[in-house]
Design a protein around this ligand. Sequence first.
Ligand code: HEC
Ligand code: HEC
Ligand code: HEC
Ligand code: HEC
Ligand code: HEC
Ligand code: HEC
Length: 172
Amino acid sequence: MTIHKRYRYFILILVLGLLITVSIVFGADRGGKTTWAKGVKPGDCHVCHGENVKLPDGHPNTEDMMFPDCKQCHTKQKNQLETKILLSHIHNLSGITCSQCHEMNKFKRKITSKQCIACHGDYNTLADITKDADPNPHKSHQGKLDCNLCHHQHVKSVNYCSQCHEWPLNVP
Ligand code: HEC
Ligand code: HEC
Ligand code: HEC
Ligand code: HEC
Ligand code: HEC
Ligand code: HEC
């Protein structure tokens, strides 16, 4: 007896559904390359990184944490986190989604400073927030630089001023 046509479709949909679920759950660490798997909690490092997470042994479980939770232990004065994890993670842990920067998830399109400023305020506001930093990275003879000259999201940030100056600026 052959399987009824309706059931064949049902089984096909079931198998497809299973495949999609499997690829979402296990798709994060393909061949050693970490990717942004969908639907993973930002603090659940191990799902995306496996054993490669750079958390010290005995570190509290971060699975259900968001950035404000991290800041209870990681402050600017003690165990500063900003320069240790990427900004992509700080944004992710702050509930900012990919498409809030990459409009319509067009990843090749350049992110402009205007987009950053829409959330963080303009150079005057930023200069005020970092007025205690010496030198103030947001107020200098270099004027209103593109944010991305210092702050990167998916790779380590850099100190643009260090081309000419030797100040140790810790760029988050
Ligand atoms: C209950 C306190 C606590 C909380 C909450 C916490 N941490 Fe930590 N974390 C520590 C301590 C203590 C260290 C070890 C200090 C050090 O060596 O820098 C550490 C170290 C780290 C390191 C390694 C730093 C390095 O020097 O390489 C990372 C990365 C890190 N934490 C990320 C996070 C993230 C992300 C969160 C939130 C999702 C978080 N932590 C929440 C206490 C905490
Ligand atoms: C706060 C803004 C911001 C958020 C949020 C963000 N990105 Fe990005 N993304 C950037 C910027 C800026 C660049 C350019 C390179 C850099 O600074 O690292 C970039 C570059 C990229 C690129 C490389 C594009 C190319 O040139 O080939 C990819 C892919 C990407 N992002 C994916 C993602 C994904 C997936 C997410 C969500 C998990 C995400 N981004 C979240 C700002 C962001
Ligand atoms: C949709 C709003 C949004 C956009 C767009 C955005 N950010 Fe953010 N950003 C946030 C939030 C929210 C935080 C977490 C703030 C906090 O808790 O300190 C954050 C954190 C940061 C921090 C770390 C602050 C700290 O705690 O030290 C830096 C640096 C930063 N963003 C730079 C950028 C840059 C550069 C861009 C543009 C490529 C950008 N942001 C785009 C919302 C945004
Ligand atoms: C010359 C490098 C440089 C450029 C360009 C730059 N920043 Fe920063 N930014 C820094 C440094 C360094 C810090 C950390 C200052 C400190 O230690 O207080 C910082 C801190 C920040 C913070 C965290 C402030 C806080 O303490 O809460 C935000 C948000 C931020 N920058 C956003 C931006 C945005 C948005 C732009 C573009 C309009 C930008 N920055 C351009 C170097 C830069
Ligand atoms: C949803 C997937 C995802 C989660 C969850 C995640 N990461 Fe990542 N992580 C990535 C990706 C993808 C990269 C590569 C850089 C990028 O695209 O921003 C990365 C890069 C890194 C890097 C720098 C590259 C390296 O391996 O040295 C560190 C450190 C890191 N993550 C630590 C963490 C920590 C700590 C947590 C938990 C608080 C975490 N990640 C949670 C996907 C994730
Ligand atoms: C292309 C090279 C160049 C870059 C990049 C540059 N500067 Fe300068 N800067 C100079 C020169 C040249 C002087 C004047 C000579 C001097 O006093 O060292 C100067 C002087 C200064 C001074 C006053 C003198 C001092 O040493 O205290 C400050 C403050 C300063 N720069 C801040 C910055 C900041 C912040 C950045 C990054 C946003 C930056 N500069 C990037 C070349 C540069």
